[in-house]
Design a protein around this ligand. Structure first.
Ligand code: NAD
Length: 495
């Protein structure tokens, strides 16, 4: 099977001869090839979007909302199918895929109500008979470039908001799991979105570079690893575009001695190993404030040993990694952790999966006595590896978290409200959970990290999303009132 693009309302092939392989990670089998767009293919999509944007910006708010409501109904009715497509190409278990679809649906629902966020602001009588008001207008063509790990949720962080704001979109999904984005585009069209308002171009670096340089592309929303996010931010801003580039993460969960240890252990296991750790909000470091470490590690180990790794369609707890290359990379980190002297309390390299032996398997690994100089601590591994670092005090814990170059998510587990409040104030991270391990903001708040986890100013969806996909225009108007001796400019005099 060959997977192409979706341009101007229909599935099309491109001109490029280059292809990428798409695998079912649970069987290791190549299930499709995906076209890798050329610069010329990207241009066709951007031109279609530019034509569509000129009409879509004039579509009434009521019409845009009607399309979004219809799209929401289609995605909701077909959510199981979407989850199956995610699992087939990404590998995450069906329950995780369904959760991803649910989070995406929430952004669509937020976008259904966007007319209220687009109301602008009005100041009457800023001077005599002078009013001043701000209106928010769409940008034109915007590009969305997404990572492999949330093939539905991440595109939906941006596309519904961009479209509701009156823009046209060119979406470039990850070439590792391209099918879900094409379905979303088809369903959007079925919901009444005019041709060209949402286009999907599959590809790799060549397609990304073409989007970053294209003069018709006004803004870029990117999500992926930190080195590529930094590159996208620099290159696209140099080309004069508005950019939000969300990068990688290394999220810490701090457990204070007074925490509910069973709650903390459950949270650490869910947040560390859900979606096989391939989540930008996964907890990868657990900071145990002594004397809590022994009791906590014991509880986590008991839970991790009970996790079933296998085919995501078989009701397992954890699926395979996305590709053989990624599995090898994560495995090499486990090797490095052992070699550096960390204690592998549970070693995922020995796993016996419930699935095809050719799948890209690696079981959950729990490391204890990890120190900040080890590569398993410093690097984003993006796999099922949870590292426990032991510290002596709250202050030491905060210092450790704030020394990280990343600042995406963090959590603190404690029963002390004062300590939690101090943590939320002191920690240099964009999203903070208090007794909540994965503090992903709801659609009406904005999602985004700090430091090397986000380049740009505005976060995804919520108020920031609306600001990102619109530009403000301030109108100052003066209408002279004839009753006050002004000139009647031709309108009937009010009596
Ligand atoms: P990636 O950076 O490899 O790829 C992301 C996108 O960039 C893909 O569409 C890919 O085709 C493109 N790309 C890859 N290499 C490129 C290059 N050299 N030049 C131009 N474009 C290129 O990321 P990934 O492996 O698909 O996703 C995992 C990463 O994404 C992790 O680092 C994870 O933390 C991060 N992520 C971050 C968030 C967040 O909200 N901060 C959310 C999800 C994922």
């Amino acid at each position: 099977m060959s997977i192409g693009h979706f341009i101007d309302g229909k599935r099309v092939g491109g001109t490029s001869e280059r292809r990428g392989d798409v695998f079912d990670p649970a069987t290791g089998r190549r299930t499709a090839e995906v076209e890798l767009a050329s610069t010329a293919d990207v241009d066709v999509a951007v031109q279609a979007a530019a034509r569509a944007a000129r009409a879509w910006r004039d579509a009434s708010l009521a019409r845009r909302s009607a399309v979004l409501f219809a799209f929401r109904e289609l995605v909701h009715a077909r959510r199981d199918r979407l989850a199956e497509v995610i699992t087939a190409e990404h590998g995450k278990v069906l329950a995780d895929a369904a959760g991803e679809v649910q989070r995406g649906l929430e952004v669509i629902e937020y976008a259904c109500g966007l007319p209220s966020a687009l109301r602008g602001a009005f100041s009457e009588n800023v001077s005599t008979e002078v009013d001043s008001y701000t209106i928010r207008q769409p940008l034109g063509v915007v590009a969305v470039i997404s990572p492999f790990n949330f093939p539905v949720m991440v595109p939906l962080w941006f596309v519904p908001v961009a479209v509701a704001c009156g823009n046209a979109v060119v979406l470039k999904p990850s070439e590792k799991d391209p099918s879900a984005a094409l379905l979303l585009a088809e369903w959007f069209a079925e919901a009444g979105l005019p041709d060209g308002v949402l286009n999907v171009v599959n590809g790799d670096k060549e397609a990304v570079d073409a989007l970053l340089e294209h003069p018709e592309v006004r803004a870029v929303s990117f999500v992926g690893s930190t080195p590529i996010a930094r590159y996208v931010y620099r290159r696209a801003t140099a080309a004069g575009k508005r950019v939000q580039a969300l990068g990688g993460a290394k999220n810490h969960m701090v457990v204070l001695p007074d925490a509910d240890l069973d709650l903390a252990a459950d949270a650490a296991v869910n947040a560390g190993f859900g979606s096989a750790g391939e989540r930008c909000m996964a907890i990868s470091v657990l900071v145990a404030v002594e004397p809590v470490a022994d009791a906590l590690v014991e509880r986590i180990a008991a839970r991790v040993t009970g996790l079933r790794t296998g085919d995501g369609r078989r009701g397992c707890d954890m699926g395979p990694l996305v590709t053989a290359a990624h599995e090898a990379k994560v495995r090499s980190y486990v090797d490095a952790g052992v070699a550096a002297g960390a204690v592998a309390v549970v070693d995922g390299r020995d796993v016996t999966p419930d699935g095809d032996p050719d799948g890209f398997w690696l079981g959950p690994t729990l490391f204890d006595r990890v120190t900040p100089d080890m590569s398993i601590y410093t690097d984003e591994i993006f796999g099922p590896v949870l590292s426990v670092v032991r510290v002596g005090s709250y202050d030491e814990a905060v210092e450790l978290v704030n020394a990280s170059p990343y600042g995406n998510g963090t959590a603190i587990f404690t029963n002390d409200g004062g300590a939690a409040r101090r943590y939320q104030h002191e920690v240099e991270v964009g999203m903070v959970g208090i007794n909540v391990p994965i503090p992903v903001p709801m659609a009406y708040h904005s999602f985004g990290g700090w430091k090397s986890s986000l380049f740009g100013d505005l976060h995804a969806h919520g108020e920031d999303g609306v600001r990102f996909f619109t530009r403000g225009k301030v109108v100052t108007s003066r209408w002279l009132d004839p009753r006050h001796g002004g000139v009647n400019l031709g309108f009937p005099t009010q009596t």
